[in-house]
Design a protein around this ligand. Structure first.
Ligand SMILES: [Zn+2]
Ligand SMILES: [Zn+2]
Length: 344
């Protein structure tokens, strides 16, 4: 089967790989139906996010159809599922202290990062990572369960109120999913996004009452230049957000990019501001994300701007500003979520 293999910085090979096989009782063989390109994939290829293992098949945001499960399984051939790609053992110190997103075994078991992922036609995973989806939910919608689960995990760390002034930096998939998660908790906010092309697409995918503007300054225009809650998906906006955060406010940093930055820690203390990080999913988030998608509480299909076949994956990365030929990152065009939905 054709597989997208990470072979080092800027090196993505479309190579033939053997179809994986079940080796344990609770393993399920899946036919992959839709896999989204994530900012993390771009971070891996550009070298900004150094957690991936060379030789691994990338792809962690996916939905699939069951091909083969054990006779006693809850799943049977033909079942449609969303797949939680973030491994947790359930038994290590991190898992037992309610931090499964930091499972000690994640570094060798994370799908599409340190273990073969889903930019290929078949995948094997444990039954406990599968979530059924109904026929009315498309595979590409279900493939957004993972990023939505991450956004739900981060949103749960914020005290969102109807009177909160919220600013999100970046109108990519996570920026928009955060807007929806925060709006479900009752607040109306603004997204700041540099790219005019992305602003135009994002404007069609916003929750009611939300706006998308060019800068953080514009985003705070209606609230006296200040905000209560800031979410940075870009890993570069925290200093700017912090200067505008009201006493008692909170900033959430979710951009997976190594970056040193200077902030006024005295202001942080004096104004009782919380600076929070968040990655991957907490217990319960994935199920909540699947429900939000299948019940259409969040119209994730509006975020899917492009569908491509696996053999066009390099072009898919270009659409998101990741130029693998010239080995450089540029601005994304009008793409938000690019989904691979044809495999060979
Ligand atoms: Zn992702
Ligand atoms: Zn664990």
């Amino acid at each position: 089967m054709l597989s997208a293999v990470y072979d080092g910085q800027w090196d993505l090979q479309l190579a033939e790989r053997q179809r994986p096989v079940r080796s344990r009782e609770d393993d399920v063989l899946l036919a992959v139906r839709a896999t989204g390109i994530c900012g993390t994939d771009i971070g891996i290829l550009s070298g900004a996010y150094g957690a991936a293992t060379p030789g691994v098949v990338l792809g962690h945001e996916f939905a699939a159809e069951v091909v083969e499960a054990s006779p006693g399984s809850r799943f049977a051939k033909g079942d449609r599922v969303a797949v939680d790609p973030t491994y947790f053992c359930g038994a290590c110190a991190a898992c037992r202290s309610n931090r499964p997103n930091h499972c000690e075994f994640k570094t060798v078991s994370e799908t599409g990062v340190s273990r073969d992922g889903a930019f290929c036609a078949y995948h094997v995973t444990e039954e406990r990572f599968l979530y059924p989806i109904p026929d009315e939910t498309s595979f590409s919608e279900a493939a957004l369960s993972e990023p939505l689960s991450c956004a739900m995990t981060g949103t749960a760390k914020l005290d969102v109120r109807p009177d909160s002034d919220v600013v999100i930096v970046g109108a990519g998939t996570l920026g928009l999913l955060y807007a929806w998660c925060i709006s479900l908790r009752g607040a109306i906010g603004t997204i700041a996004e540099h790219s005019p092309a992305r602003r135009a697409v994002a404007a069609t995918a916003l929750p009611n009452g939300w706006r998308v503007v060019g800068t953080i300054e514009e985003a705070t225009e209606k609230s006296g230049g200040m905000l209560d809650i800031g979410v940075d998906t870009t890993a570069v906006a925290i200093p700017d957000l912090l200067r505008r955060t009201r006493p008692g406010g909170a900033l959430l940093q979710i951009g997976l990019r190594q970056s040193d930055t200077n902030i006024d820690v005295g202001y942080l203390a004096d104004k009782s501001i919380s600076l929070i990080g968040s990655v991957d999913s907490a217990y319960g988030s994935f199920q909540a994300a699947v429900a939000a998608i299948t019940k259409r509480l969040i119209p994730v299909e509006r975020l899917v701007t492009h569908r491509i076949p696996l053999d066009g994956l390099r072009d898919g990365f270009s659409l998101l500003g990741c130029d693998l030929e010239r080995k450089r990152l540029g601005r994304p065009g009008d793409a938000i979520k690019v989904v691979v939905d044809a495999f060979s």
